[in-house]
Design a protein around this ligand. Sequence first.
Ligand SMILES: C[S@@+](CC[C@H](N)C(=O)[O-])C[C@H]1O[C@@H](n2cnc3c(N)ncnc32)[C@H](O)[C@@H]1O
Ligand code: SF4
Ligand code: SF4
Length: 447
Amino acid sequence: MEKAEMPLFGSAKLELTRACNHRCCYCYNDVRDGGNKCAEENCFLSPEEKRRNISTILEKLIELHIQKVNITGGEPAMDKSLLFHTLEDTKRLKIQCSLNTNLSLFTADEISRLCDSGLDSILISFPSHDPKTYDAMTRNKTSFKKVIENLNSVQTAMIPNIINMVVSNLNKNQVYETGGYLATNFGIKRFAATPIVPVIENQLSESLTREEIIKVFDNLLRLKDKHGIKVSTLRPIPWCIFEEPKRYSDFLKGCAAGRSEAYIGIDGNVSTCSSIPHVSGNLFKEDLSQILIRIAGEYDDKRIIPDECLPCPEASRCRAGCNAESQLVNKEKRSKQPYFFAPLKDKVFSPKKIKINFLGSGRIIFDGDSEILEGSSSQEYLFSAFGNRTPINETERAILGTLYQRHFLTGIPLTQIVKDYSLDAHRLDRFLNRLASKEIIRYQESK
Ligand SMILES: C[S@@+](CC[C@H](N)C(=O)[O-])C[C@H]1O[C@@H](n2cnc3c(N)ncnc32)[C@H](O)[C@@H]1O
Ligand code: SF4
Ligand code: SF4
């Protein structure tokens, strides 16, 4: 297939194992596996076969120019030898790599080894600052202390990290305290609170109400104000849940199903999303590009955005919220999400007509799904967010990578980066204005 025809997939989640030392009450794997099987390894491949599968999967991703991988599980640290093998392989293939972990199984030395292996970032599950709630939610009585020790090691090793708190009925009143505890005691810079995505009916009773979800996000905004940290959420929510969506722009993202991310098991099974267990194909039996095209077709906007959302000016970006949740609640893929309220009257981010001074004291915002994709020639790339795309050249691609790492993640001012890298300030400003006019990046004035 020509690269230009490839659907938008710019990244993949790679499930190294289903085994885990925790049995989180909210976990999509644990409940999907029958309530207690997440603690067991349910993959019958030998260690050599697993390593071989990982290498083959990564090579297939590279063939399709998918250069971003998120290693997940189960708990990837249940098989450290496989985890470090995977990290080495991603570096060999120059794949950008992040890791999801509950952080309880690493030693301090292993955390520095993660850093030395070139891991780009780490997403840490942390359901509560309160040890009793943590133990009850993870159904593990020994991890809390170890995770706290390891949070210090992650900070010392300076691995860019996000702490993710899945919010259910059990911890819904602890978002502000948990974020504050992490910012004050560990200096964390990024905190996500993710209202639970139920994957089986038993979990529906754990879901939050509309008011509770809004309260989670209000608490995140308070944390941002008080501690100056970046806040986000990892699941899509219908934008119309908010009376003033713009105020909640940190949390506006679209459903990625069929659009930007594939979920791949170590056995080669490919699904659209971790919360939608339907397997669309196996990359050891069929060409990966064909499977991705199929997934993109199965989750095309026409197949998931319901009639009620069609008048909405943000329908193609919100995509009606989380499709996994709509499917579970309504037993239908193209259906109104439980938190749907009414079509928005106006666009939330209207294209900027005015020129922005990017070299001021504010900050560029790369939205959740921003990614760089390969275009139709090896020198051409597309920068994409919310399904909007624009061609960029190789230099611009390198500049965006630097801005993401050094400005967006680390907070170094643009003016400093211009100096450090001897960039042409006017050209940079023009380039960033072009991306802003296409609604691909945003600019946030400093307060
Ligand atoms: C399944 S875990 C696997 C990696 C690792 N064991 C961990 O806990 O981070 C991947 C991510 O999904 C989140 N998660 C699990 N179940 C979820 C659910 N039902 N709704 C929303 N997020 C969920 C976890 O908190 C974690 O950040
Ligand atoms: S630690 Fe991760 S994989 Fe394990 S049960 Fe919890 S959320 Fe699921
Ligand atoms: S009307 Fe539909 S597309 Fe528009 S914000 Fe609500 S859920 Fe999203």
